[in-house]
Ligand binder design. Structure first.
Ligand code: BTN
Length: 325
């Protein structure tokens, strides 16, 4: 962790203030260094009062995402957030995480961008990423299981997102297989998993997550106005994106640990309890093929088991789901 992140962590842990001398002692740096870091934090929008009685006291944080702030807020994750990068703008955070992986980045790297110029969704669709309004980020992982079990990670990300949203905003989401989170039938978040693998070995997985957080209705492009919503619209108040981002990383870390230690079944059970696809008659379009049947369950690899009208079970790993009429 950087010295700036350590200062922010100390300020957050001491809401009534912490003296300059105490900060110097804890961080092993000079008073001048502390003062200059405090100045740099003020310059990026942190409000920090300095008084002879209380020392330094953090009274407000900026709206923008800052890597040091996210590191300071994140407590004891095993893997997720091993490194955090925040970019003002990029094409796609999935591209950034993929490039970082090739350059040898650690497992658990998370790349956020305030805006994306070529954000993408599943099946080659564009993903609208309004500047500063949502969370657009990608997580780099190198799981130990086989490529055929990778759908587990979409399930894992969805349950983690649902818990983080509930903990931060009190809002309940429904999960639509395979990768959508909905509130009142409108999409609030999507997950795009991209994989680099050989037949039996995963090189890396990039889990891209897009979450609409603080948009108003008029800020959505007209093409998605009727089908998308934001946490602000659903809950009626602005959401602190840094707090939500940290909650997501923490929950993702917990669920990734469950999956890596052989407890995918627990995650899948939690997922099933929130899924509005299971138990329904659905159509699943995969390219030119349409599969129809009852969405029965997830298997141990995260694939959807579909009971066809002839009573057969089909194992489905992707596609577009609509409810059958
Ligand atoms: C979907 O619903 O189709 C998935 C949407 C995933 C969007 C996120 S935003 C961050 C990351 N970067 C991208 O280009 N896409 C994902």
């Amino acid at each position: 962790m950087t010295t700036v992140a350590e200062i922010l962590r100390a300020l957050r842990a001491n809401e009534t203030g912490i003296s300059g001398a105490e900060l110097c002692k804890r961080l092993g740096v000079s008073r001048t260094a502390i003062w200059s870091h405090i100045e740099s934090l003020r310059n990026v929008g942190f409000e920090i009062i300095a008084s002879p009685h209380r020392g330094y006291q953090l009274t407000a944080s900026p709206e923008a995402l800052l890597a040091d702030d996210l590191c300071a807020r994140l407590s004891s994750t095993r893997i997720i957030g091993s490194q955090i990068r925040v970019l003002p703008q990029t094409t796609s955070t999935n591209d950034e995480a993929t490039q970082a992986s090739r350059a040898g980045a650690e497992d658990g790297l998370v790349v956020f961008a305030e805006s994306q110029t070529a954000g993408r969704g599943r099946l080659g669709r564009a993903w609208h990423s309004a500047a500063g309004k949502g969370l657009w980020f990608s997580v780099l992982l190198r799981p130990s299981f086989a490529p055929s079990d990778c759908t587990r990670l979409t399930v894992t990300a969805a349950t983690a997102l649902a818990r983080a949203i509930r903990a931060t905003t009190g809002l309940t989401t429904q999960i639509k297989w395979p990768n959508d989170l909905l509130i009142d039938g409108r999409k609030i978040a999507g997950i795009l998993m991209e994989l680099s693998a050989e037949v039996d070995h995963i090189h890396h997985v990039v889990i891209g997550i897009g979450m609409d957080v603080n948009q108003t209705v008029s800020e959505f492009p007209s093409a998605i106005k009727g089908i998308a919503t934001s946490l602000k619209i659903a809950g009626g108040k602005t959401v602190n994106r840094a707090e939500l981002a940290v909650a997501v990383m923490q929950e993702l870390d917990a669920d990734y640990h469950r999956v890596q230690s052989g407890r995918f079944k627990d995650v899948a059970d939690e997922w099933a309890a929130q899924c509005d696809t299971l138990g329904r008659e659905v159509n699943i379009q995969i390219g030119a093929h349409r599969h129809t049947g009852r969405a029965e369950a997830l298997d141990e690899s995260g694939a959807l088991l579909l009971r066809t009208p002839h009573g057969r079970i089909e194992r489905i790993t992707g596609g577009d789901v609509t409810l059958a009429q």
